[in-house]
Design a protein around this ligand. Structure first.
Ligand SMILES: [Zn+2]
Ligand SMILES: [Zn+2]
Length: 358
């Protein structure tokens, strides 16, 4: 499969997309992704940045280099907006708050849940097939991280513990302990209005990819900051290991919610190129999940007996994609069917969840 635009390597070039709105690409190393877009919104007081990349000095330097091109430095950042609680989006926030006294804006539900959830994958396991060669190693690291929580998965299987070497490495980076998760000084919620670049931007709460995800809409220019809610060519990861009962239902609801917004022009995603046609893209993403749900039912009919999450997963995904991430996505789809009354759950003496559907 050809490389997707979300996998392109971060360029140093800064592009202006609308008056006072600029795109800066920051390097990231996550499975299926090559960069994260950090948007700069400038005004008389300085600059607000949306999703300032991964934690750590090299990501921060990359941000500095790009800010310099627009005549800014980290000390000019007065506001950091974090669309959701994933490290490639909130990474630079704490340092900007420390160095510039920037306020940190995120949804009021930000950061709930165990630290392991902050290391949830970004893109659907399907889209990892389009990955670069070195992604295989990154994917394995993510899978190990997803297993840092102890005990059993919500569907009753044993978690695989990462090696002590991996655990030590991540502890040193402070990720597992949650040290890099920022303190949110200015929590927002759906319907709030933010003043940026002298214009009013509306907060649209869009749970699904994470419970705390939100988008920002500026009706005056039509700009829609989409975060990871709607990406141009890949499907965001919807985890079964989430704090809500039915993350897929939340996601469908949030896709409909943004498709209905009037005066949307340019969509600025957190990964990939700016695009137009927000409503059409939400339909495509929904179709992907509807197909996946139909496949789940077909697999159940083929088994002709209650099957475990892992058994479903083995038929839904290619062998190279198997693992905790694939299982987590499968679990989200099975629970969605169960809560819609289209699947039955049996919990065996072994503690494993088994589902029948269709
Ligand atoms: Zn994300
Ligand atoms: Zn992302």
């Amino acid at each position: 499969m050809a490389r997707r635009q979300e996998q392109e390597t971060a360029r140093e070039e800064v592009t202006e997309l609308a008056p006072d709105v600029l795109r800066m690409e920051l390097p990231i190393r996550l499975p299926g992704l090559g960069h994260v877009n950090c948007y700069a919104i400038t005004d008389r007081d300085g600059v607000a940045v949306v999703d300032p990349g991964l934690p750590g000095p090299s990501a921060f330097r990359a941000l500095q280099v790009r800010l310099k091109q627009i005549g800014m430095a980290p000390r000019h950042v007065h506001t950091v907006i974090v669309t959701h609680s994933h490290p490639d989006h909130f990474g630079g926030a704490t340092q900007l708050a420390k160095e510039a006294g920037a306020k940190i804006v995120a949804h009021r539900a930000f950061g709930f849940g165990p630290p392991a959830m902050h290391q949830a994958p970004e893109v659907s396991v399907d889209d990892l097939d389009a990955q670069r060669e070195d992604d295989e190693e990154r994917r394995r690291t993510m899978e190990q991280l997803a297993s840092t929580a102890k005990g059993k998965t919500p569907w009753g299987s044993e978690r695989q513990q990462p090696s002590w070497r991996t655990r030590l490495k991540w502890r040193a980076l402070g990720w597992v302990s949650g040290r890099i998760v920022p303190h949110i000084s200015d929590p927002v919620e759906h319907g709030d209005v933010m003043n940026l670049a002298g214009r009013e931007w509306f907060v649209v709460h869009t749970p699904g990819h994470t419970t705390d995800h939100f988008c920002l809409h500026d009706p005056e220019t039509g700009i829609f900051l989409a975060g990871d809610h709607v990406l141009p060519t890949i499907t965001p990861h919807i985890a079964g290991m989430a704090s809500s009962h039915d993350p897929l239902a939340s996601y469908f609801y949030s896709l409909d919610r943004v498709a209905e917004i009037a005066n949307v022009g340019q969509v600025l995603p957190a990964h990939g190129h700016p695009f137009e046609g927000l409503a059409g893209r939400t339909v495509e993403i929904k179709e992907h999940h509807v197909e996946r749900l139909a496949m789940v039912k077909q697999i159940s009919r083929n088994y002709g007996r209650p099957a475990t999450v892992n058994e479903f997963s083995q038929h839904l995904f290619k062998p190279r994609s198997q693992g905790p991430m694939a299982d987590s996505e499968t679990f989200a789809h099975l629970e969605h069917l169960r809560l819609a009354g289209e699947a039955d759950l049996h919990v065996g003496q072994d503690g494993l969840h088994r589902y029948v559907s269709g």
